[in-house]
Design a protein around this ligand. Structure first.
Ligand SMILES: *Cc1c(COP(=O)(O)O)cnc(C)c1O
Length: 403
């Protein structure tokens, strides 16, 4: 079918909650995607880091096909023979004791919030209904009512009230703000180790360790949302590892856990924290299903076997150093960790979107985040030569005096 008809069909039958670039994709492999006329693009968004392993990875396809012929869904009313293996692999890889499987990222964040609140009432002794969770300005944790209740992004909130109570919003990258905000009813601090949607905002070294220490001292749970930054994206398995000693009490993972095939998310924590969750407290029809579990196991295996964490660190460093040589009047700052890189443009540039559109016409797909930041987050399987090709395109577009 013709591209314009396909776009019109989406716009006619699908609610307009996105404003996509003008390209219709029908095929993908590795870092490459193809539009309906067969034109080939580099994918430098990776579905917001859900495609760290690249598109249609053969090893993951093989695991899916194997599982498809056996059993795909049991519900948690019964045991299945994949969930335990998945949870074990995930716990071993991340050095956590237990996992609680969900599907989407937002669901896993909601789960972490529920666990923290119940821990607060049953273990910390906070009075019923009083639990408070500290979050940061400029956060992104998903789109449910409770999560947008503590967003500071006007568009994410406006028109969606009434909001969920029990959240206190403070400045990011500011330890004093956390110390001041903690009170007797504080059960948790929830933050992203790098604010990705917020514009690739990287806190000072020592900040996360400081938060972890403050939390420990005050008997408050430290919760990190690594749905986007985790599983190799920033050049470490988890972004908190860039800091000194910042292992959280609860870690939320998603996106690349499903290898780009399937929504799989999880909350990781210690046995003593998960003790507060008893049968019937929380659940999900699809969470922990055998197909998703098999996919997640294969997705993790690819990250380990193909050294995607090390690749991300090495190629990220290489890509960032190249980007820093760009001579463009529009560029305000270039920052990143591993293969999560943002180019912040000056206000006079008129927003990042027109640059993303120009990059698309040169066959490189990426998306603006926060108006003025172009985010580059290619699949971690990318090769050095492909980074060189991408850089040529980026240079051509950003250094174009007429743009
Ligand atoms: C994408 C994302 C989420 C939400 O995940 P969904 O699967 O879209 O619900 C939450 N937190 C962070 C940091 C994310 O990047």
């Amino acid at each position: 079918m013709n591209k314009n008809i396909l776009i019109q069909t989406v716009n006619k039958y699908c609610a307009h909650n996105y404003h996509p670039l003008d390209v219709v994709l029908s095929r993908g492999h590795g870092i490459w995607v193809y539009d309906t006329s067969g034109k080939k693009y580099m994918d430098f968004l990776s579905a917001y880091s859900a495609l760290n392993q690249g598109h249609t990875h053969e090893k993951i396809i093989r695991a899916i096909k194997k599982q498809l012929n056996k059993i795909t869904l049991t519900s948690r009313a019964f045991y299945n023979n994949q969930l335990g293996l998945f949870a074990k692999d995930l716990c071993k890889l991340t050095s956590f004791e237990m996992a609680l499987p969900m599907n989407t990222g937002a669901e896993a964040v909601e789960t972490a919030i529920k666990v923290a609140r119940k821990w607060g009432y049953y273990k910390k002794g906070v009075k019923g209904g009083k639990a408070e969770i500290i979050v940061c300005q400029n956060n992104f944790h998903g789109r449910t009512i409770s999560i947008i209740s503590f967003s500071t992004e006007k568009q994410y909130r406006d028109g969606f009230g009434p909001y969920t109570k029990g959240f206190r919003i403070i400045k990011f990258n500011n330890l004093k703000a956390i110390k001041e905000a903690i009170g007797p009813n504080t059960v948790a601090v929830l933050l992203e180790p790098i604010q990705a949607e917020g514009g690739i905002i990287i806190p000072d070294k020592g900040y996360l360790t400081g938060v972890a220490n403050i939390c420990r001292k005050n008997n408050v749970l430290f919760m990190l949302d690594e749905i986007q930054t985790g599983l190799g994206r920033t050049g470490k398995l988890f972004a908190y590892e860039h800091d000194y000693n910042a292992k959280p009490d609860l870690l939320v993972v998603g996106k690349a856990l499903g290898g780009g095939f399937y929504p799989v998310s999880a909350v990781l924590a210690s046995r003593s924290i998960f003790e507060v969750i008893t049968p019937g407290d929380h659940g999900s029809t699809f969470g922990g299903n055998p197909l998703g579990s098999a996919i997640a196991r294969a997705s993790l295996r690819v990250i380990v076997k193909e050294n995607l964490v090390e690749r991300s660190a090495e190629l990220g460093r290489y890509f960032l150093s190249k980007l820093k040589t760009l001579q463009s009047k529009w560029i305000k700052e270039i920052r990143g960790k591993g293969l999560l890189i943002g180019i912040e443009l000056h206000k006079e540039a008129g927003g990042a979107r027109r640059f993303c559109e120009a990059l698309m016409t040169e066959f490189l797909l990426c998306k603006e985040t926060h108006e003025d930041v172009i985010r580059f987050a290619p699949p971690l399987i990318i090769k050095k030569g492909e980074i060189d090709s991408a850089f040529k395109i980026i240079k051509k577009v950003l250094e174009n005096p007429n743009l």
